[in-house]
Ligand binder design. Structure first.
Ligand SMILES: C[S@@+](CC[C@H](N)C(=O)[O-])C[C@H]1O[C@@H](n2cnc3c(N)ncnc32)[C@H](O)[C@@H]1O
Length: 490
């Protein structure tokens, strides 16, 4: 296995020449600790969570190709259990979800459940705490190693060069987590003044708690307002760059060339799940069972999201669909991609999307992760992260559908992406000037970013063996055609 990494590294090394030499001026090594990752998984089957209902008046449906039975939403007969006068140990979020189901008089979609669980303003998973790192629930690539943010920085600088080094650029990050990626990007780029002076950073983040962490990571400070402007400017001391926060991409000002980074953002967007039934595709919904727990049911009639599954199926081969019993669609990902494509089309620039997913239709991938372990999606909502595979083919079609001025490149694997941008040179440079402990951490981080499977040199406890993200994560670029083909998608 180690040999394979070394061979892979050698392949990447040959591809260096297209990068401007200035871009290799990185900051001095300050190595981030790494530990086990739980954010990767194979597509898991939620069928096991679907309740079997038996007894009179309860219709069941058998899927065309499996023996799983599933209850049908009987909205007309719906009579939710009354919890109002009973003492309940339900969390505020569970009460809120049950309230929606009760007062709406029927189940909610998996997408609505996912959105509430993750981003409910009061109790959503992301809203009030730091969920990242060893002490949190999962680890992302920027938290694994500083090299990730630095390599994304190389990509951004190359695109800026291809854009003709504009004097003003909006650099937008969607869902920046702790702000680690942007901090590593700015530190790595800080010597290239013409680049950093052109930037205005826009962090699109819904969580006030994470916004504060990002403010800290970027070493932000209020700028003294010599001109007497009413609006205060916030500056990152890492690169003397102005920084603003927004809840949505729509709030980021337009009219300026724009570069957008979306790392592990799309996987947090709510997905609708469909299951094949005798009458066609039925949407899986979430209801409250007699015992007051959540359960999956199937909608007996088409839902608003049915339009999206029809649209998605048109982009796929018939044979591909015929093999599937479950399909996930993410309307928010399609809409976001169209917004990105329109913005890039009118303002120039490009977007980089890195996430785990497939270059094709996604079947049944929604997963819940708590404290680095998979848990049941319906248990204790708000205490676990929910995420789903990104359907990169749908992202490509969505962008191409909305504008002829943009071009979509990739997806390529994270390993190809980081390798072609020079991560091997970077790790070698860092290894020249670090302690043995830092070297171990660097090698582990490198493996986890570009490798595949379990790290062969790991000597720690088995349950913490790092798993490589090199091929599970994919990178895709959406770029204004005027900019040409971005590195390393040539
Ligand atoms: C999986 S985390 C990824 C964090 C970071 N990009 C990283 O790789 O470490 C998802 C991020 O997106 C944010 N987020 C999720 N849904 C969002 C939404 N609808 N609008 C804005 N931010 C959102 C979360 O608060 C979090 O910062």
């Amino acid at each position: 296995m180690l040999r394979r990494v070394v061979l892979q590294a050698a392949t990447h090394r040959r591809r260096r020449p297209f990068l401007p030499s200035s871009i290799y001026a990185f900051r001095q090594c300050s190595i981030s600790a790494s530990s086990s990752s739980s954010s990767e998984s194979s597509q898991n089957s939620n069928s096991s969570f679907v309740e079997h209902l038996e007894g009179p008046n309860q219709s069941t449906e058998t899927t065309a190709q499996s023996s799983t039975t599933i209850s049908i939403d009987r909205s007309g007969l719906y009579n939710p259990p009354d919890h109002s006068h009973q003492p309940s140990s339900d969390s505020e979020l569970v009460k809120h979800l049950k309230g929606i189901i009760k007062f709406r008089g029927g189940p909610i979609s998996v997408a609505e459940y996912m959105e509430e669980v993750l981003t409910n303003p009061k109790d959503g998973f992301y809203m009030n705490r730091d969920v990242f790192g060893v002490a949190g629930d999962f680890i992302t690539s920027p938290e694994v190693s500083q090299m990730f943010g630095e390599m994304v920085g190389v990509w951004v600088m190359c695109l800026w060069e291809q854009m003709g080094q504009p004097n003003r650029v909006n650099l937008v990050e969607l869902g920046p987590g702790r702000g680690t990626l942007m901090a590593d990007l700015l530190r790595g780029a800080s010597k290239i003044k013409k680049f950093t002076e052109s930037l205005h950073i826009h962090m699109v983040e819904c969580s006030p708690t994470l916004q504060k962490l990002q403010h800290c990571s970027l070493k932000c400070t209020d700028k003294d307002d010599a001109d007497g402007n009413l609006e205060k400017q916030i500056i990152s001391k890492l690169s003397e760059t102005p920084v603003s926060w927004h809840a949505t991409l729509e709030q980021v000002p337009t009219g300026v060339p724009t570069i957008i980074i979306a790392h592990e953002f799309y996987d947090a967007l709510p997905v609708h799940q469909f299951q094949r039934a005798s009458r066609g595709w039925s949407e899986k919904m979430i209801d409250v069972a007699e015992d007051s727990s959540f359960r999956f049911v199937l909608s007996p009639q088409p839902t608003p999201a049915s339009l999206y599954i029809m649209k998605r199926c048109k982009w796929a081969e018939r044979e591909e669909i015929a093999k599937l019993d479950h399909i996930e669609v993410c309307p928010k990902a399609m809409d976001l991609t169209q917004n990105i494509a329109k913005r890039i089309s009118s303002d120039g620039g490009g977007a980089l999307i890195i996430d785990y997913g497939l270059n094709g239709i996604v079947s049944d991938s929604l997963q819940a992760i708590q404290k680095h372990e998979f848990v049941n999606i319906l248990d204790n909502p708000g205490s676990a992260d929910l995420s789903a595979y990104v359907d990169f083919e749908a992202v490509r079609h969505s962008a191409e559908e909305v504008s002829e001025d943009v071009c979509v490149h990739g997806p390529i694997t994270q390993s190809q992406f980081l390798g072609s941008l020079g991560i091997n040179f970077r790790v070698e440079a860092l290894l020249q000037r670090c302690t043995e402990a830092q070297a171990e951490s660097l090698r582990t981080g490198y493996w986890r970013l570009v490798g595949e499977g379990e790290a062969p040199f790991w000597e720690g406890p088995n349950e913490q063996t790092p798993i490589g993200m090199g091929t599970r994560y994919l990178a895709m670029a959406i770029v204004n055609k005027k900019q040409g083909i971005p590195v390393p998608f040539q």
